[in-house]
Design a protein around this ligand. Sequence first.
Ligand code: M6R
Length: 602
Amino acid sequence: MCGIVGYIGPKEKKEILLDGLQELEYRGYDSAGIAVIEGEKLNSFKAVGKLENLREKTKNYASDGFGVAIGHTRWATHGKPTELNAHPHLGSYSYVVHNGIIENYQELKNELLSDGVNFLSQTDTETIVHLFEKYHKEGFDPFEAFKRTIERLEGAYAILLITEAAPDTIFFAKNGSPMLIGFGEGDVYFASSDTPIIGKANEVYYLEDGEYGYVQNAAVHLFDTQGEKHFTKAPLVADKAMAQKDGYRFFMEKEIYEQSRVMGETIMGRVLENEIVLDELDASFFEDINAIKICACGTSYHSALASAYLFERLAKIRCDVEIASEFRYKYPLLTKDTLFITISQSGETADTLEALKMAKRAGLKSLSICNVDNSSIVRESDRAILTRAGIEKGVASTKAFATQTMVLWMLSLYVGQEKKTISSDVLKREIDAMLHTPKALIVEDTLHERIHRLSKRYLHGHGFFFIGRDIFYPLALEGALKLKEISYLHAEGYPAGEMKHGPIALADSELFTIALMPKTMHYDKIKSNVEELSARDATICAISPEPFDLADDFIQTQYSSHPMVEFFEMMVVTQLLALEISIRLGNDVDMPRNLAKSVTVE
Ligand code: M6R
C-alpha cells in the first residue's frame, strides 16, 4: 500500500527519496513521484509503473544544497493509476503526499470547487493541498494553515506537505496510517516504516495517531490536541543485510528457506523442556478470560483458523475466528471475559487495526501477534507477542504465516498451562513436536527439485481445489491463497468432506486437486474423499507420507508422529508449488499484480 519518504537537510535528495521508495516497494504500488524544494526552486517528477520509470525520468536531475523533499509510491484507491493521480499533488505553490483515505474528501472537494479551485486528479489527496493553500491565502501562517487543514480531515492519513511559502519546512500529520521520523546527523527523515532510513538515521520516533507538526531545519516541533509536546527518540536498531536476496531468485523463495531458522528464533527461550514461557504475559493475564476471539485478514486469518482447533482441543477454551473486515460492521456481541487477539504480519492492516480499536472500546483485553515491533497494531494492543520472522519482503506471506501459527500453538499450550486444562503428558508431547518443527521446515533439494518438475503439469486447467481436514483445512485455504496470489490461477481451499456437497460437480481431468493427506490425522476419511474425486476423473496431486495409488502425482513428506509437524512440512510443499508454478508462468513472484504488502486502507 502507499509508501511515503521525506527528507530535510543538505544531502542530495533525489537518491534519498528513490532509494527510500525502493525499500517500500514491497508494500505494493502502481505509480510513484517525488517533489523537492531547494531555495526558490521547486521540482517534481511522476511516473506510472515501477520505480525504474521514475529513475529514468529523473536521471538528469540532482538536487543541490539544503532543501526539503517528499516522495511517494501510490497504490490506487480513488482514481486509476495515472500520472495525474500519482503523488505528490500540487496546489499553486505546495506539494502533498498522503497514505490512507480521506473519507470526507467529496464534501471538501465540493467546497473548494465552489471557491473556484481547479482539480487535476481524481484523488482524495488533492483536497489536502488545496485546503492548505486556501487557509494560507486567507492570511494564516503556513503552520496554522496546515493545522486548520488537518482539523478538517476525516479518515486515515499519514501526510507530508512542503510549500514555497515555507521552503525550509516539512509539515507532517499522522492518523491511522503509519509514519515515523528518523534523526540523522543534522538532518531529518520521514518514512512509512524503518527500512528506508536504516543506515541513514540513528534514532527514530514512531508518530502516534493524532500527532502533527513541522520540521524546520533539523528541529522537530510535535503537537497533539494538548498542544506542543516533548517526545523521546528511540535508537534505530535494524539490520539491512536481512533484507537482501542472498542469491535466491525471489525474496519469497529466500523466505521459504529461512523458515527453519526463524522458527528456531520464534521458539527460543519460549519453549522449554516441560513448559511454555511467554515473558510478554503475566500469570494474571488469563485470570478472567473464558473465551478467545481472533480477528485477522488473509494469511493471518488462516493461521487464526488453524489455531482455533488448538485452543479448543489443547487448552479447552472456546475460540472463534473472524475476518476483520466482516467483524467491523456486524455489531458483534462482545463480553469482557473474552480475550481479543489480532494477528498481523505488518501490524498496519486497517481492518484488523479498526477491529482491535472496537474491541478495546468494548472493554476487552487485547493481545496482538505480530511481526513488526512498534507497528500500529502492536502499539494499540494491551500486550503483544512478536513472531520474530524478520523482515518479510515477498508480498505473498510465508515465514510470517509459519511463525504466527507457531506462536498461536505455543499460546494454546500456555493457556492450558495457566488454566490447568492440559495434562503434563499432553504438554510434553506438544513441546517435543514443537522442538522438532525447525528441522521439519528444512527444504531438501530433492523435494524442491521434484516440485519444480511437477509444476509444469499445472499451468493450465480450469482451477485448483486444495482440500484437507481439521487443521489441514486452513492449510488448504492458505495453499490456495498462495497459489492464486502469485500464479493468477483460480484456486479454492475446501474442507475435504464438503466436496460432495457441491464443488465435486466441477470434477473432470482439468480440475486439479491438491490433497493434503497427513498420516496422523483422519487419513482414511480424506482418502475416501480423494477417491470420490478420482472416480470423477479429477487430476489428483497427493501430498502425504503414505504412497497413494490413485494419485496422478505424489509428493512424499516424512512420516511423523505429530499432526503439527506434518502441517508445517505440507505448508512448505504448498508454498514451493505456488512459487514454481508462478515462476514458470513468468510472473513477478515478489510483487504480484494488484496486491500490496501492507494493506492500510479499508
Ligand atoms: O499484515 P497482515 O498479516 O495483517 O496482512 C493481512 C493480509 O493482507 C495478508 O496476509 C495477505 O493476505 C498476504 N498477501 C498473504 O500472502
